[in-house]
Write a protein that binds this ligand. Structure first.
Ligand SMILES: Cc1cc2nc3c(=O)[nH]c(=O)nc-3n(C[C@H](O)[C@H](O)[C@H](O)COP(=O)(O)OP(=O)(O)OC[C@H]3O[C@@H](n4cnc5c(N)ncnc54)[C@H](O)[C@@H]3O)c2cc1C
Length: 285
């Protein structure tokens, strides 16, 4: 099918973009970034925005650079920008590993990091990364600019704290201390499919024990989130399989899994056991 008719806007500056968005947001005006989620839903007429504000020509939104102790990712930075480490290790290596789980190469050359956060698919890899690492986003409108912690951004299935007239201008991920260990594990039916469950684990290994563990899950519940019950079980403990199993069990106990055509809730719960344990094992390997 073809999309329903819409007006197309192509601002050249961020100020123009948010001014247009302020005008058209009340009439279902939407930002167009990589178009890899929005355009298919328009083609199926599941979305019928009256206006598209294409941000691809806005100067400066393709910035990907280290600023202080964070990696700053502009709204037009494509997934493919992370194929090679775009930040110092270990963060750069983590992102370069995770990106290969997102869709297929052609989609990664168009889709954007920030578009994934704005779209808030529960099975988005970048959403899990942002929540687990304690990332934040800069939301800009004609009215104001504000920061939102990634943990507060996701408010349910494909729902964020962004207002209709707000542009997600930039995401920031903290750089990781050099002794950070990380492990990511995703289960999907076929390579390139959305994950049915995924886990990201990070910690520092100091004097033989795991320090400041972070464990994030995605694809399981309506929004990605950290699992404090599992983190508490590994904190201060040596990295051993028995501890990983306990953490995985604790995570499986506390999740409220989605049920859909892909998987039952109980199947997803079982996947949580596997992905949490394997993410922790990978962090130790
Ligand atoms: C076949 C297929 C498989 C895929 N598999 C995966 C996968 O495994 N994992 C995964 O994470 N994704 C997957 N995707 C989605 C892909 O990663 C998209 O690129 C991503 O979800 C959205 O990014 P985008 O830049 O394309 O956003 P768009 O499609 O342009 O926009 C998506 C939504 O976010 C809004 N938006 C976008 N950018 C901004 C912004 N800066 N500010 C405010 N609102 C904004 C739009 O208005 C729209 O509502 C897949 C897509 C396809 C077609």
């Amino acid at each position: 099918m073809k999309p329903a008719p819409f007006a197309y806007h192509a601002p050249k500056t961020i100020e123009q973009a948010v001014a247009i968005l302020a005008e058209v947001a009340p009439e279902d005006g939407r930002v167009l970034a990589g178009g890899q989620s929005l355009v298919p839903t328009m083609a199926f007429r599941l979305a019928r925005p009256a206006h598209l504000v294409d941000i691809n020509q806005v100067a400066g939104l393709d910035r990907l650079l280290v600023e202080g102790d964070a990696l700053s990712i502009g709204a037009c930075v494509r997934h493919a920008a992370f194929h090679r480490p775009g930040a110092p290790a270990p963060l750069g290596d983590l992102l370069a590993f995770v990106v290969r789980h997102i869709a297929h190469y052609p989609i990664r050359t168009r889709g954007t990091f920030c578009g994934s956060l704005a779209h808030a698919d529960p099975a988005s890899e970048w959403c899990v990364v942002a929540v687990t690492l304690g990332g934040e986003i800069k939301a800009r409108s004609a009215r104001r600019t504000r920061s939102i912690a990634a943990a507060d951004l996701f408010q349910g299935l494909m729902t964020t704290a962004l207002e209709d007239d707000e542009l997600l201008e930039e995401a920031r991920l903290p750089l990781l201390p050099s002794n950070t260990r990380w492990g990511f594990y995703e289960f999907s039916r076929r390579a390139g499919d959305y994950a049915l469950a995924m886990a990201l684990a990070t910690f520092r290994l100091e004097d033989g024990v795991m320090v400041e563990p972070r464990l994030g899950l995605g694809g399981v519940e309506a929004s990605p989130r950290r699992i404090p019950e599992a983190e508490a079980l590994v904190a201060g403990k040596p990295p051993e399989i028995g501890i990983f199993r306990k953490a995985a069990e604790a995570a499986a106990d506390v999740v409220d899994p989605l049920e859909d055509i892909q998987a039952s809730g109980e199947y997803r719960r079982d996947l949580v056991r596997a992905v949490v344990r394997r993410a922790l094992e990978r962090a130790t390997a």
